[in-house]
Design a protein around this ligand. Structure first.
Ligand SMILES: *Cc1c(COP(=O)(O)O)cnc(C)c1O
Length: 376
């Protein structure tokens, strides 16, 4: 059986994880935490990059940093992972869901402005499949209305929009290193990207349980004390070491994923009468996070997934729209109408794709798709 995903393992991780295991400091922000931070700050050119235990935690930190208060409204797509919404709801915000564009499955930037009220505090674009949202338009709306932009770039590491890495365009950005993402810090992990420098000091405090321990260690204050709300938003050195091994071959992994993505794209180009293929807008360079196809409707998709299983290939659908979930109905509302979110999400199916996928595995998937599409 070809699985849907294999967590990335390059062989480069072992030496660093072993070193972390044998060091005298295994808690967060040791040698490997600092090496990861430097790598990201150089690659992203951001004010500060901070590892977190997950992207979920990075989003929670972002919600605290922009001072979300009960009653505030936050605009985001309904077609996303629950953490995008949970982070803000836990601070008391109401989530305003906006429909997606059918071509990229990203928030429809033309529907954002009508969703803004005097309570709106932030826009959270989600770069689905590592393909950028229309960030120039979103940043312009945010600037004119005095809103924060937090990019959920969980799937977006190594992708760019007009040459800028995803996560570096808004005030804050987040990455995920969960095992299903392009790079992993050993199963779980994340990153908070700080582009607006004014957030740096407080972010370090929130991440250290609300204490100024970071400043204390750097000799900036002579007492280590409790100064703000916070939590334990540091991953261990084992996670940082695992990730560091992958960062050193990030480009190679990215190229490898793109090769698989391109093989799929070329192989399926002749089935355009039966399925829709992904669309990459001109200003976007993507990272092959995902290869999805869209079937005619839910019924055909169900048959496709079943057929692929019979060919020993695991394929999976993705998000159930948040606005139709019990929690989404309790804490959020849909602005405007659901023209595409539900309909398009019901058609979408993801194919196996991971860094280091063998060409035999890739070919088996391609053959299986050909067989199944011939039957349905
Ligand atoms: C994976 C993902 C998350 C959550 O990431 P974790 O690291 O598992 O917390 C959030 N948002 C999006 C869009 C994701 O794809």
């Amino acid at each position: 059986m070809i699985p849907f995903n294999r967590p990335l393992y390059t062989g480069n991780e072992d030496q660093y994880v072993t070193a972390a295991m044998r060091s005298t400091k295994m808690s967060g922000d040791g040698k490997f935490g600092k090496l990861c931070h430097s790598w990201f700050e150089e690659y992203l050119g951001c004010a500060k990059a901070l590892l977190t235990p997950s992207c979920t935690h990075a989003l929670e930190m972002a919600a605290i940093l922009i001072n979300i208060q009960p009653g505030d409204e936050v605009i985001m797509p309904s077609y996303t992972f629950v953490s995008t919404a949970n982070a803000f709801i836990m601070r008391g915000a109401k989530v305003i869901f906006v429909d997606v564009r059918p071509d990229t499955m990203n928030i429809d930037e033309t529907l954002i402005e009508v969703a803004i009220t005097e309570k709106t505090k932030a826009i959270v674009p989600v770069h689905y499949a590592g393909v950028a949202c229309e960030m120039d338009v979103i940043m312009d709306i945010a600037t004119r209305h005095g809103l924060y932009v937090i990019e959920d770039a969980a799937q977006g590491m190594m992708s760019t929009y007009k040459g800028k890495p995803l996560g570096t365009i808004g005030h804050l950005g987040t990455y995920s290193f969960h095992e299903t993402k392009n790079y992993t810090s050993g199963g779980e992990g994340g990153l908070l990207i700080i582009n607006d420098e004014s957030f740096v000091g407080r972010a370090e405090i929130i991440r250290e349980k609300g204490t100024n321990r970071g400043q204390f260690w750097r000799g900036m204050v002579d007492k280590y004390t409790w100064v703000d709300i916070g939590s334990s938003y540091l991953p261990s050195e084992l996670q940082a070491a695992y990730l560091y091994g992958q960062l050193l071959c990030a480009d190679k992994v990215n190229e490898d994923r793109l090769n698989t993505w391109r093989s799929y794209y070329h192989a399926f180009a002749s089935y355009r009468d039966k399925v829709e293929l992904p669309y990459i807008p001109e200003n976007c360079v993507h990272n092959a996070h995902m290869f999805y196809i869209k079937c005619k409707d839910l019924d055909v998709r169900t048959k496709f997934i079943e057929g692929m299983k019979n060919q020993n290939v695991m394929t999976v659908f993705h998000y159930v729209p948040l606005h139709s979930s019990p929690c989404g109905q309790l804490y959020g509302t849909l602005s405007g109408s659901d023209n595409f979110t539900t309909k398009e999400s019901e058609r979408l199916v993801r194919l196996p794709l991971w860094g280091g996928m063998l060409s035999e595995e890739r070919n088996q998937v391609i053959r299986a798709v050909a067989t199944v599409l011939a039957e349905i």
